[in-house]
Design a binder for this molecule. Sequence first.
Ligand SMILES: *[C@@H]1O[C@H](CO)[C@@H](O)[C@H](O)[C@H]1NC(C)=O
Ligand SMILES: *[C@@H]1O[C@H](CO)[C@@H](O)[C@H](O)[C@H]1NC(C)=O
Ligand SMILES: *[C@@H]1O[C@H](CO)[C@@H](O)[C@H](O)[C@H]1NC(C)=O
Length: 461
Amino acid sequence: MEAPLRVRLALLLFIFVHLSLHTKSFSQELQIINAERRIDLTTHIVTVFLTLKVENLGASPASEVLLAFSPTEVEHLALVKAAATTGKRKKKTYVPLDVNSVELPDAPNGTKYFSIALVTPLSKGDTATIEVLYRLTHSLEPFPVEISQSESQLVYFRDSAILLSPYHVKQQTTFIKTPSTRVESFTMVEPTKRAGTELKYGPYDNRAPYSYLPILVHFENNNPFAVVEELEREVEISHWGSIQVTERYRLFHAGARHKGVFSRVEYQTRPGAVGASSFKHLLARLPPRVHSVYYRDEIGNISSSHLRSDFLKSELEIEPRFPLFGGWKATFVIGYGLPLQDFLFESPDGRRYLNFTFGCPLVETVVDKLVLKVVLPEGSKDPRAEVPFPVEQRLETKYSYLDVVGRTVVVLEKKNVVPEHNNPFQVYYSFNPIFMLAEPLMLLVFKKIILSKSEVAKDLS
Ligand SMILES: *[C@@H]1O[C@H](CO)[C@@H](O)[C@H](O)[C@H]1NC(C)=O
Ligand SMILES: *[C@@H]1O[C@H](CO)[C@@H](O)[C@H](O)[C@H]1NC(C)=O
Ligand SMILES: *[C@@H]1O[C@H](CO)[C@@H](O)[C@H](O)[C@H]1NC(C)=O
């Protein structure tokens, strides 16, 4: 059935108005008075601190500030956070701001945008200082791509000497911090200075919107390029007093591929000098009061792990069977128990909730894909998860041998996870205590069956 012409016209008009409103709300006449970028390349996750001093030149109040990223950057962007700051140094106060990805028409060269929502709109002539933190994964490219056991790892980092921005930038400077003083080469964009482990680009004055000047820095980085291709964490709640956590890791050394044969003798006799980019130990930060910790791989239990615990945290240092070189993988499982009362609470409406930490316990690690499964006790109903950032959610059912109806499993999935995602999250659910009786009853029934079977066996003999 075809809609009457008038309706179609109205619809078109509506779409048109909607689009133009959308565009208009972002065409605020803002300018950046000063931009300072500090890019930290000391680990394998790129960290950028950006400070923007923004001014509204337009007549109408501005409630949003746009950040621009190249399509490649957006692909590797794990996190963007922003805060409005006032005052200086010790007296500085931070007000966290919402950041959301937005689509804008006519984005030059596939530019992607994030919009920072200001708490108080900027009036004409007003300025605001905004601090932004973002992290990029898989953004250091090993070159050479293959190194031998005795070579240092070198990597490329690509960016622009000029901040990519939809606004006019009056003045800007970029500082790049490298892990060591060994810098093979870097693009010069006058003025460019290098001192110790720092490269300084700028100051540059009056750059037009969307200015871009590619730079390439080639430098040494022997930090562990620890990437967990997939991590599955299962958090099982039992109302009998404990939480059992099982974590399955598929770890990968994402640095320059190891070339030639691995010499354990050379590795052990010249520690430090050999296999500088390899890693031998991994550190997992676990909650305090952790117990029954185990660590195993395909072959079996590995005893070479050390647990240090205090009332604030527990640190588990694990040592894979062999050191990990570029391109090598290790698959292992870590398991532990936790006291229920540290993580399970009752909300004011009488529902129970688990308050646990998202992310990966291994320090400074990227997780390409994290699957977090919360196994609720049998008889739990209406689960609802609250996570402070977008994650994919679904429900599954898990059966263990004593379950009557199976357990509800809340599955949370997220790609490109960095340590900043180690935030508390909650899973709320309703629970009928009568179900606590299910397991003992089942055990009784089981015993009966076994008993009667053995009686039969006796009778036969
Ligand atoms: C966009 O692409 C054009 C043509 O490839 C290039 O000249 C221009 O510098 C690019 N602009 C940006 C912001 O990358
Ligand atoms: C490995 O350790 C776990 C937990 O300590 C234990 O239950 C299991 O029996 C051990 N397995 C082997 C093969 O030693
Ligand atoms: C969850 O735990 C964290 C500390 O681990 C605490 O700061 C936060 O308030 C808790 N959230 C809820 C909803 O209980």
